[in-house]
Design a protein around this ligand. Structure first.
Ligand SMILES: [Zn+2]
Ligand SMILES: [Zn+2]
Length: 732
């Protein structure tokens, strides 16, 4: 339409926890209870099952995707690309394996990234209990997680806190466990929380991780990867975290150490997929060195155009909140395998060569003869898989043909469209991995969309009972009505509440367009001659209105303001073109007026062209029925340009149309059928008299009026809403 050759690819991001959790729920077993090969087969089967309706929905919506580009990330050819990206970063020293505390979901039994943790506000009990000092005396400490006492490695106070200065350097004894621990000072301790004395445990939260390193404290892990207390927990061993909390509170009470319990609001990190509270446990994992790129990411993000502009804030806040490198290994099954083997003898990690991928070290023989370090010939494959964002963080490059034949015209991508919920994942990872692999972000413009929520304002969810399937909407009202509604209902980037009323409105509008087309078909089915000499003021008026609409819609679309574009277009089509112009031009069509036919048909084609952006199906259909033109599809016609018109004549047309509109409703109010002739119309026109005198024929013709009489005074006349100076009076 605008002369660009647009590339619109389609891929399906398959891997990851959501599918695995769904498979587990469906078969009623956890992944550890089923053969990995079988589990993988089920996960793939599920994925295909769910791609089907999504693909159907995309096609029904009329999205102009190039389906020859379709791909799935679970395909070994995509593995090849993800694995190659891993190898390249490994060779650059940007990937490393290390033991570090990671966020861990005990239900999914896997490490998860910071972006996969959802914080929820909950009311929890805050327990106050006593620690005895080694010398003499005691202190009271408050904690929401007393079950972590077996992991308590120090008490900390704020160095400025006058109440506790004398305690720093002393030794406390962990209740129940009897272990001696130091009392230290740290500026990050909040004197206002609890008693102002906090216990440092390995690990209650991220601050504990920092404190442990900063103060060189020991690490005592008491929770295992299933969320069960281990041998370090003594009397709590074998209990789940929740059971352990109850038990330890009881033990403290029995010892007379529990002081009081308060309710407190706190933020608990949960697994985004299963909502289980996450734990922090140290595990050997694969990491990507993202943290040292944070500054560069923030710099480059500013060069990207964000629509809406404020979307960049989400990215900035996210990058600034990151504390740890990106953990990319997952103790799961359904993901891209690491192209990594380990030497059985010396434990060396062996990353395969780029020409050996795709490879699945869980079953493929190792592509090495012997270990370069110790010469051993025995290897074991890495069994973990990569975070699914490892796949999705190279999509823009893959679309452009990377790594086989990267087309510079497509890279970086002009447009990266996604929801605001994945700015911190998809957009962030595309930028940071783009910088690492290619020295630049992978896209130039981020177009951020809002979400369609349920009618109750909450996110749509089957369990809330507010879920409406897109295919149901399309079945009932068609894709075009849905598209128009969704464009009209909210500004770009804002959420919208689902509304059947809104969709009905859009459907009504489309009926109006269809009926207009029937009228045009009736009078101007054949190809109409071009008329260069246009005299009728109403023709000039509609050309002016059309030109303004073309300018407005074009500018709005350039700015990604879909709401602004469709609102103007609907208003023009419905109220100006259908309600006023078509009504006013009918009597000339009956007489076979060539200019009327030409202007009407041309204006409608331009309207359909603009409408095809929002309602491609009806526009395409009407284009072929009415215009039978040289173009294969309306969606490839050159975009409409503003039309030529005479300003003065257009103004005369506007006033004339205003008189016609008011008089027509007057006929209706007086219960005179519209096609019934009336004898006389009196008009008090004031300064518009000379204009309206030029519109007399149109007023008479349209409303079947015998005679029009201009008068200077009209006592009982009816005012025109837009021109109060003009009054009309009808004589039947
Ligand atoms: Zn989970
Ligand atoms: Zn070795």
């Amino acid at each position: 339409m605008r002369g660009y050759n647009v590339f619109f690819p389609q891929g399906w991001d398959c891997h990851g926890l959501p599918t695995e959790v769904r498979v587990e729920k469906t078969i009623g077993k956890k992944k550890s209870e089923i053969d990995p090969e079988e589990f993988l087969r089920l996960a793939k089967e599920f994925t295909w099952k769910w791609i089907k309706p999504m693909k159907k929905a995309l096609k029904s919506l009329g999205m102009s995707i190039d389906w020859t580009t379709e791909y799935v990330t679970m395909d070994p050819d995509y593995w090849r690309r993800t694995q190659l990206s891993f190898i390249l970063l490994y060779r650059k020293g940007l990937v490393y394996r290390g033991e570090h505390p990671v966020l861990w979901c005990p239900r999914c039994e896997t490490a998860i990234a910071e972006s996969e943790v959802e914080y929820v506000q909950v009311t929890r009990s805050l327990y106050y209990f006593k620690f005895k000092l080694k010398d003499e005396g005691e202190v009271t400490v408050a904690s929401t997680r007393p079950e972590l006492l077996p992991s308590c490695v120090a008490l900390a106070v704020n160095p400025e806190d006058e109440r506790y200065k004398h305690l720093v350097g002393k030794t406390a004894v962990v209740p129940i466990y009897g272990r001696e621990i130091p009392i230290i000072a740290d500026e990050e301790v909040d004197p206002k929380f609890g008693t102002g004395i906090v216990m440092i445990c390995t690990y209650g939260d991220k601050t504990d991780v920092e404190w442990q390193v900063r103060h060189n404290l020991p690490v005592i892990i008491s929770i295992n990867e299933k969320g069960v207390m281990n041998e370090n927990a003594g009397p709590l061993k074998g209990l789940t975290v929740n059971e352990a909390r109850k038990r330890i509170v009881k033990l403290l009470q029995d010892e007379g150490l529990l002081v009081k319990v308060e309710q407190t609001q706190s933020n608990v990190g949960t697994c985004w997929r299963c909502h289980t509270p996450v734990e922090i446990i140290p595990r050997e994992q694969w990491f990507i060195r993202t943290i040292k790129f944070s500054k560069k990411v923030l710099e480059e993000a500013k060069k990207i155009k964000w629509i809406p502009e404020h979307a960049i804030k989400k990215l900035e806040n996210w990058v600034n909140s990151l504390d740890w490198d990106w953990v990319i290994s997952r103790e799961r099954v359904f993901g891209t395998p690491f192209p990594v083997y380990y030497c059985k003898k010396c434990g060396a990690e062996l990353v395969v060569d780029p020409d050996k991928v795709p490879i699945d070290p869980r079953k493929d023989p190792p592509p090495f003869d012997k270990c370069p370090k110790c010469g051993s010939t025995e290897f074991v494959g890495e069994t973990r898989v990569m975070d699914t964002w490892m796949d999705s963080s190279i999509t823009a490059a893959v679309h452009a043909g990377w790594p086989d034949n990267l087309d510079e015209r497509l890279f970086p991508a002009d447009l990266q469209p996604n929801g605001y919920d994945i700015i911190r994942t998809w957009d962030y990872y595309l930028i940071v991995r783009g910088l690492m692999l290619f020295g630049k972000p992978q896209f130039k413009i981020a177009l951020i969309n809002g979400m369609v929520r349920g009618t109750d304002g909450r996110m749509m969810h089957k369990s809330y009972g507010n879920y409406v399937s897109l295919l149901e909407v399309i079945d009932k009202y068609g894709a075009d009505a849905f598209r128009i509604w969704v464009a009209m209902a909210a500004a770009t980037g804002s959420d919208v509440r689902f509304s059947w009323e809104g969709i009905k409105f859009a459907s009504k509008f489309l009926t109006k367009v269809w009926n207009a087309a029937r009228l045009i078909y009736f009078y101007a089915k054949e190809e109409v001659e071009e008329v260069t000499e246009i005299v009728n003021p109403i023709d000039h008026w509609i050309l002016k209105e059309l030109s303004e609409t073309i300018n407005h819609v074009t500018n709005a679309l350039e700015e990604y303001d879909y709401q602004g574009a469709i609102t103007k277009l609907v208003d023009f089509t419905w109220h100006r073109f259908c309600d006023h112009y078509l009504e006013a031009v009918k009597y000339r069509l009956v007489k076979g007026d060539k200019a009327a036919k030409y202007v009407m048909k041309t204006a409608f084609l331009r309207t359909l062209q603009m409408l095809s952006v929002f309602a491609p199906h009806i526009s395409e259909e009407l284009y072929h029925r009415l215009y039978d033109g040289e173009w294969k599809s309306i969606t490839i016609l050159p975009w409409p340009q503003p039309m030529k018109f005479d300003k003065d004549k257009a103004f005369i047309g506007e006033v004339t149309v205003a008189v016609i509109a008011r008089t027509r409703s007057l006929k209706y109010e007086m219960k005179i059928p519209l096609n019934q002739p009336v004898s006389r119309l009196y008009i008090k026109a004031g300064k518009y008299r000379s204009d309206l005198e030029k519109g007399v024929e149109d007023i008479k013709g349209t409303l079947k009026i015998g005679e029009i009489v201009f008068v200077d005074e009209l006592e009982e006349g009816i005012e025109l809403p837009d021109y109060p100076e003009i009054k009309v009076k009808l004589e039947p």
